[in-house]
Design a protein around this ligand. Structure first.
Ligand SMILES: Cc1cc2nc3c(=O)[nH]c(=O)nc-3n(C[C@H](O)[C@H](O)[C@H](O)COP(=O)(O)O)c2cc1C
Length: 206
């Protein structure tokens, strides 16, 4: 049982990373192997829409994406934590999602065969059967939209999405502060989220 946390704040000291670290700790306490990949400092360019991944099953843009995608492939559960920017995911995370989603689609499917039969015949994606959940962090508003944005990515890519007793959102960062402890409710939400992920992983791996 392996969980990968992807931290998508560009800041060295970050609220979203703090919530993610807590969620991973809760998973580790429930017997899940965890690791975190921090997008901070990594170069992940935007999807070029070249469609070469549909033919070669690899991304033509060579940067830090390949390393992150490999770790995503090894994980049974992926948690993505990020600051909300203008009610959306931050740009580097969006670039990762675009490239990982498209590559994951074409590593599991054949574009030519789909067209020849007059339509797509999807056989899942490279993410099929993995568990996914977002953690969206904002100072005041826009969590729900950004959270939904990431949920759409998880669900179109054939993830199994787990819930908690509330959305995984943290309220922190007024004026650039790093104050995740001000939202203790978020810790409770993430603790129960970890409980659900660990329980589901145990069933899936049984
Ligand atoms: C470019 C930018 C856009 C932001 N947009 C929002 C927003 O739409 N809603 C909000 O409540 N906070 C917004 N914030 C505040 C951050 O979401 C908040 O400070 C968050 O805690 C930062 O997470 P981090 O500490 O992990 O980087 C924005 C911050 C930046 C830098």
């Amino acid at each position: 049982m392996r969980a990968l946390g992807i931290s998508a704040s560009p800041r060295e000291h970050s609220n979203s990373r703090a919530y993610l670290a807590f969620a991973l700790k809760e998973l580790a306490e429930r017997g899940v192997e965890t690791e975190m990949v921090d997008l901070r400092g990594l170069m992940i360019d935007e999807c070029q829409a070249c469609y070469s991944c549909a033919k070669t099953k690899e991304c033509a843009v060579k940067d830090d994406f390949q390393g992150v995608f490999a770790r995503m492939m090894e994980a049974d559960a992926i948690l993505v934590a990020y600051p909300v920017y203008h009610a959306s995911e931050p740009a580097k995370l969006k670039a990762l999602m675009d490239r990982a989603g498209f590559l994951g689609r074409w590593t599991a499917n054949d574009l030519a065969a789909g067209q020849g039969s007059g339509g797509y015949q999807w056989k899942g994606t490279a993410f099929s059967g993995k568990i996914g959940t977002p953690i969206a962090v904002a100072r005041r508003a826009g969590h729900a939209f950004a959270f939904a944005q990431t949920l759409l990515w998880f669900t179109v890519n054939d993830f199994i999405v787990t819930g908690s007793h509330y959305w995984n959102v943290g309220v922190a960062g007024k004026g650039g502060a790093v104050n995740p402890e001000d939202d203790q409710e978020a810790y409770g939400i993430l603790s129960h989220q970890a409980e659900n992920i660990a329980a589901l992983l145990k069933k899936l791996k049984a």
